[in-house]
Design a protein around this ligand. Structure first.
Ligand code: NAD
Ligand code: MG
Length: 405
């Protein structure tokens, strides 16, 4: 099977290459793509010998081309967003791992959908921003979607094999998404004010990129996943419940009308969902430590605290509002998280920026990709302005708490 890996230099990209390397006869890396880390991409090219290597950044691609030529590698180096779209839709590509972080992943992932590829979907932001457009494109062009997000991969495994997007017809009452609770699960609100990027990125159970690590600590990650589940499984907001489960052993569950609850368990290691999606419907070795239930011993569950983690409530609100609201939520979150990582705004300002942006921008209908992109641009501009104001020497405290979903 010929693979394109979008976001190969990131955390999911590295885990994907790890699984692929365990099955050299089965998978061939045809294209690798990333933003600007030519040093890492060069090493990956030397090891996996792809036919194409694409970087968004022109200068970085220039450096990569020099290095690959000097090393005598037979790889075509490409650059720019059109190149990312191209390697996602090449006729000889069978499957695309969509693991670019953030809104930047939308265009190449959509290109894979329009080319009818098998898509291993890690880039949840694509579904949050443009769920309807992406799902319609996948349906229309016969693309296959396999969720990589551990929760959605678990739900996929716990749903009937022939699940066709109708919860009631499959006897499903609810989807239960588990959440670790992030780095600050038990921290009182007062302690969250002074949280640093380093603390926010130190996730208790998973090793991930910086943006998703901050999203986990604010619980926006779970909020984005609620919206992701809505599109992947055609589930209304009311049928998606979040359960805090600190051990991250149960990756999610499906509750059926007869009282049965099916769950998928495993050690928190993204190579499991990656291997599952790569080989589906077969099973392959992923290099993951087998789960030792005796050592785990205890599984705990609790309700999420919407007051301490308003981002989760904001995501439910955006999902219920529909139209451009989730795209605005996502864009405002990306700007706020980047500002937090740059130490421009405090941790607790992240939900405040998002809420103000959602309140300021009208929700409109999404009919085309341009509708999504305009909402994304407007929300980024609004969020940016708020960040600038907050980053001023005397930041204004923000007061309005998020509403419950
Ligand atoms: P990461 O930050 O480690 O890697 C991001 C990758 O995207 C890098 O290869 C980077 O070069 C590339 N990239 C960033 N901006 C780009 C741009 N403008 N154009 C092209 N490439 C760009 O992130 P990650 O943790 O691997 O997460 C990737 C995606 O997978 C995210 O959407 C995240 O929500 C999702 N995800 C990650 C995990 C995890 O365990 N890491 C779990 C579930 C879902
Ligand atoms: Mg997840």
């Amino acid at each position: 099977m010929n693979l394109t890996i979008l976001g190969s230099t990131g955390s999911i990209g590295a885990s994907t290459l790890d699984v692929v390397a365990r099955h050299p006869g089965r998978y061939r890396v045809l294209a690798l793509a990333a933003q600007r880390r030519d040093d890492i991409l060069f090493e990956q090219c030397a090891r996996f010998q792809p036919r194409y290597a694409a970087l968004l950044d022109d200068d970085a691609a220039g450096r990569l081309a020099q290095k690959t030529a000097a090393a005598g590698l037979d790889v075509q180096v490409l650059s720019g967003i059109a190149a990312l779209e191209r390697v996602s839709s090449l006729p000889e590509v069978d499957a695309v791992m969509a693991a670019i972080v953030g809104a930047a992943g939308l265009r190449p992932t959509l290109a894979a959908a329009c080319a009818g590829k098998k898509i291993l979907l890690a880039n949840k932001e694509t579904l949050v921003m443009a769920g309807r457009i992406f799902m319609d494109a996948a349906r229309q062009h016969g693309a296959t979607l396999l969720p990589i997000d551990s929760e959605h991969n678990a739900v996929f495994q716990a749903l009937p094999r022939d699940y066709a997007g109708d919860l009631a017809a499959s006897g499903v009452r609810r989807i239960l998404l588990t959440a670790s609770g992030g780095s600050f699960r038990d921290a009182p609100l007062s302690a969250l004010q002074h949280v640093t990027p380093e603390q926010a990125c130190a996730h208790p159970n998973w090793v991930m990129g910086r943006k998703i690590s901050v999203d986990s600590s604010t619980m926006m990650n779970k909020g984005l996943e609620v919206i992701e589940a809505h599109w992947l499984f055609n589930a209304p907001a009311d049928a998606i419940e979040v359960v805090i489960h600190p051990q991250s052993v149960i990756h999610s569950l499906v509750q059926y009308v007869d009282g049965s609850v099916l769950a998928q368990l495993g050690n928190p290691d993204m190579r499991t969902p990656i291997a599952h999606a790569l080989a589906y419907p077969e099973r392959i070795e992923a290099g993951v430590e087998p789960l030792d239930l005796i050592r785990v011993a205890t599984l705990n569950f609790e309700a999420p605290d919407f007051a301490r983690f308003p981002c989760l409530a904001l995501a439910y609100r955006a999902l219920r509002a529909g139209g451009t609201a989730p795209a605005a939520l996502n864009a405002a979150n990306e700007i706020a998280v980047a500002a937090f990582l740059e130490r421009q705004i405090p941790f607790l300002a992240i939900p405040q920026v998002i809420e103000r942006v959602l309140e300021a921008l009208p929700v409109t209908r999404v009919a085309t990709l341009d509708d999504v992109l305009s909402a994304d641009t407007a929300a980024r501009a609004a969020a940016h302005e708020l960040v600038q104001r907050m980053a001023a020497p005397c930041p204004q405290p923000l007061s309005t708490p998020a509403r419950q979903p």
